[in-house]
Design a protein around this ligand. Structure first.
Ligand code: ADP
Length: 470
């Protein structure tokens, strides 16, 4: 089948989080299974492509009552084709966080079909990811200003995080997207505002999210961020499919960022990674290392870990913290590290090779998330023989087996986190941890199983289309 992925980020070209990893890995897994995949993504000023994409010309994008011109760049890698959409709106320092984000990604959404047409790709199925391209299923189902062959194409939409929804004014959004007024009465209207994610939930033929537990949680008010009602209404077309990790990028037996390779048969290289990590972050003495690789956001429960920091150090842990994000969390992480020199190491920033070293060199990884759609860091940690200590929510609950491949705790509070780390510390002190590490490393979190589930979904959509669903 011909499958089009539309996403605001794709590893290794652009990344702020797990969305990039998924869109970077799933298309290659589908290509290996014999499908033709085109990934359409913005051509950011910061795009990490060397050599850069090949510019093949401009396309007209219907937008804002008129037409905008966008440059299309292509490249091919691992059997997957990429079309990058270049426009002044994407020539900024970062990917997100600008006041005009919803408008910029509405423009990108409008550019997806012309970009694909420009490279001669007419999909059988369109798979859109997160709010940035949330209006794509709606455009397809109505067919306004689309190339020939596009109106009525089946669409799947994946929720990677329901907290971020792309909210804007109804009138302006209808104008940007060049829609008729009749669309006001559709799912794009969420209590009087335009909501890109709700529009996707309404118009996509199928909705997926990235773990079975999260699929259930987001139908409840505590996790639904105002869309729980819509999700309950659309539950019949919602399914949770776990993410995988790319076994070539995340492989302790062949990882250039580590001082020595290791695997389940011989884990001695893990001790070398611990030493290198300790040296890198200025840790001294003994004691198990509790790592962290995360965005510093409220969702991730970083505040809980930092609050627990002094007690963790007192009970013998060393901390290896890597992350960046909310300034107040960065500041308290710096305070903690200053107060416990030699026991708490910190790198504020986004650092790919250091992340590999933290995963490999730590004994356990802290993931005290308040909610976690799937989470990739626990999967990576397990593959590197590092036991996740995580809150039992979303994909963490679905992928970590308590006291077998890691440790889970129920409540998002400091005491629960400390109790779980204490269980882990005892496992390390008594030598019991070795069996857990072995079990964690042997779990298969590769993409193949999930790719097969997506394949079934695309086939079901194609069959529906043949049967005249549209
Ligand atoms: P989310 O998408 O919510 O940020 P995930 O666990 O799904 O969380 O994915 C996070 C991804 O980003 C992982 O690949 C993780 O290794 C990476 N990552 C997060 N923070 C950093 C950082 N500071 N430096 C390097 N990689 C990071």
């Amino acid at each position: 089948m011909r499958i089009l992925f539309a996403s605001s980020e794709v590893f290794p070209y652009s990344k702020t989080g797990g969305l990039a990893d998924v869109v970077g890995a799933l298309p290659a897994a589908l290509a290996r299974r014999g499908h033709e995949v085109l990934v359409v993504s913005p051509w950011y000023a910061t795009l990490a492509a060397d050599p850069p994409p090949l510019w093949i010309g401009d396309v007209d994008v219907p937008f804002d009552g008129s037409v905008e011109s966008a440059g299309i760049g292509t490249l091919e890698s691992d059997g997957v084709r990429y079309a990058f959409v270049g426009h002044e709106a994407f020539r900024r320092d970062g990917l997100y966080g600008e006041p005009d984000d919803v408008r910029r990604f509405a423009l990108f959404t409008r550019a997806v079909a012309p970009a694909a047409e420009r490279v001669g790709f007419l999909p059988d199925v369109v798979h859109a990811h997160d709010w940035h391209v949330g209006y794509l299923p709606m455009l397809l189902s109505h067919g306004w200003h689309l190339p020939d062959g596009w109106p009525g194409l089946p669409s799947a939409f994946t929720i990677h995080n329901v907290q971020h929804q792309g909210v804007s004014g109804l009138d302006e959004t209808i104008h940007w997207l060049r829609l008729p007024q009749s669309v006001r009465a559709s799912g794009m209207d969420h209590f009087g505002s335009a909501n890109a994610m709700q529009a996707a939930l309404d118009f996509a033929w199928r909705i997926t999210t990235v773990s079975p537990s999260y699929a259930e949680e987001i139908q409840r008010p505590e996790y639904g961020y105002g869309l729980d009602g819509t999700l309950r209404h659309e539950a019949g077309k919602l399914v949770g499919i776990l993410n995988g990790i790319d076994g070539e990028i995340w492989n302790p037996a062949n990882d250039a960022a580590l001082p020595a390779p290791y695997d389940t048969d011989d884990r001695s290289g893990k001790a070398a990674a611990s030493q290198a990590l300790a040296a890198e972050l200025g840790l001294d003495g003994d004691g198990p290392i509790l790592g962290l690789v995360s965005r510093f956001a409220d969702q991730k429960g970083i505040d809980l870990l930092l609050e627990a920091g002094t007690a963790l150090v007192a009970s013998g842990w060393r901390l290896a913290l890597l992350g960046s994000g909310a300034p107040e969390l960065e500041a308290s992480a710096r305070d903690l590290a200053r107060g416990h020199s030699g026991r708490v190491g910190l790198h504020v920033g986004y650092a790919e090779p250091l992340a590999h070293l933290v995963y490999a060199g730590s004994d356990a990884l802290a993931i005290p998330s308040r909610f976690e759609p799937c989470g990739l860091s626990q999967l990576i940690a397990m593959r590197y023989g590092t036991l996740p200590i995580a809150r039992a929510t979303g994909g963490l609950r679905d992928t970590i087996e308590h006291d077998v491949t890691g440790f889970l705790f129920d409540d998002a509070d400091v005491d629960s986190l400390l109790a779980a780390t204490e269980q882990a510390r005892i496992a390390f002190d008594t030598g019991r941890a070795s069996a857990l590490i072995d079990a964690a490393m042997r779990r298969d979190f590769g993409w193949n199983r999930s790719a097969a589930r997506y394949e079934e979904l695309y086939e079901a959509l194609d069959a529906l289309r043949q049967g005249g669903r549209a």
